[in-house]
Design a binder for this molecule. Structure first.
Ligand code: PHE
Length: 344
């Protein structure tokens, strides 16, 4: 028995496994439930009392040696590297990870909000599913009036006028809600998604985004409207951007105008974007029609105001030259990655 133990001891001391499998084989051979040590303890039961004393000690020492060796080797062959045994340099800086980027429409919306915030405008929001009153009637669209056809409406429930329910065609509906629920003065912008029944192509989509603005107080004039929008454009597209106003028609403003700016791409020299005219239209605007004020419970003798509305895709286009409207909603990473990366 002593010879056997000596032989095994030498084997254990020399043991140097190349991998975790060899170590497992070692464990089974020596320490397993049918292993050699178990076997030696079985044999030990049969030795005489004299030998029991000496062998008991030897056997226990041998068992401890095998266990210690196994535990020590287990550390080094653990699949998870530890700081002592691996090549990992903990002083190296960590790997960078991919962060997202802002959608171009979000960039533009945030910029517009920032500019108007500095002028004292707050942000207002409203529902995308609207009733006839807020989307049309309160805004001075007479029932069955052809002006309603200007905006190809997605109706959810059509009941010849009064209780029609539709997807809002513009964010002017938020202006109505704001005026109905508050007291002048109002100074707010309303960013949001709007819907129109158009075939989807590079130049039209069945939904897009608007930012509208409303300013109502005593003695607000067309000069205030012009100066506010002039300032806005200088901030957004840079000093020196020119503006011009053309008379137009909207049921809810009187007088009404459309505002053009000198083309941001060719600076007025003429290009594809401005169809070689040097000018691009960016928004509709006007003095809020007194009928609209009265519809919303505001005294039109005391208060006046202006409103404006612009398409955010158009504004983004004039910054980033995005030729196809569909890119805004397709979530193609190759497109989205080209915009400002978010710093976390
Ligand atoms: N609501 C108009 C549209 O969607 C834009 C507009 C808003 C025009 C406010 C004038 C004043 O076309």
């Amino acid at each position: 028995m002593q010879d056997q133990i000596d032989q095994y001891t030498a084997e254990i001391n020399a043991f140097a496994p190349a991998n975790a499998d060899e170590l497992e084989t070692f464990r089974i051979k020596f320490l397993g439930t049918k292993g050699l040590i178990k076997d030696l303890f079985e044999q030990f039961k049969n030795v005489g009392p004299e030998e029991k004393r000496t062998f008991g000690k030897v056997l226990n020492q041998f068992k401890q040696l095998a266990e210690a060796k196994y535990n020590e080797l287990k550390e080094t062959h653990n699949s998870e590297p530890t700081t002592q045994n691996s090549d990992i340099d903990l002083t190296l800086p960590g790997d960078g990870f991919q962060v997202g980027s802002r959608h171009p429409l979000s960039l533009v919306r945030n910029e517009i909000i920032d500019i108007f915030k500095r002028l004292g405008f707050v942000v207002a929001e409203g529902p995308e599913i609207e009733d006839d009153w807020h989307n049309f009637s309160a805004l001075n669209f007479p029932e069955e009036h052809p002006a309603r056809d200007m905006q190809d409406t997605f109706f959810i429930k059509k009941n010849a006028g009064k209780d029609d329910i539709a997807l809002r065609t513009h964010t002017s509906s938020v202006q109505v809600r704001m005026m109905e629920n508050g007291k002048p003065p109002f100074r707010a912008i309303m960013p949001g998604r709007v819907y129109r029944n158009e075939a989807i192509s590079a130049r039209a989509h069945c939904f897009f985004h608007q930012v509208e603005g409303l300013y109502i107080d005593e003695n607000v004039s067309f000069a205030d409207l012009k100066q506010t929008l002039y300032h806005f454009v200088q901030e957004l597209y840079g000093e020196g951007t020119q503006v011009r106003f053309r008379p137009s028609y909207f049921p809810f403003t009187e007088p009404s105008a459309e505002m053009d700016i000198s083309c941001t791409i060719c600076k007025g020299a003429g290009c594809n974007m401005c169809k070689y005219s040097g000018w691009v239209e960016i928004l509709g605007c006007g003095m809020v029609d007194p009928n609209v004020l009265e519809n919303c419970g505001i005294d039109s003798k005391k208060y006046t105001g202006f409103a404006f509305g612009m398409g955010m895709e158009r504004i983004a286009n004039l910054k980033y030259v995005i030729r196809d409207l569909r890119l805004f909603s397709e979530n193609d990473e190759r497109f989205l990655k080209q915009f400002q990366t978010e710093i976390i």
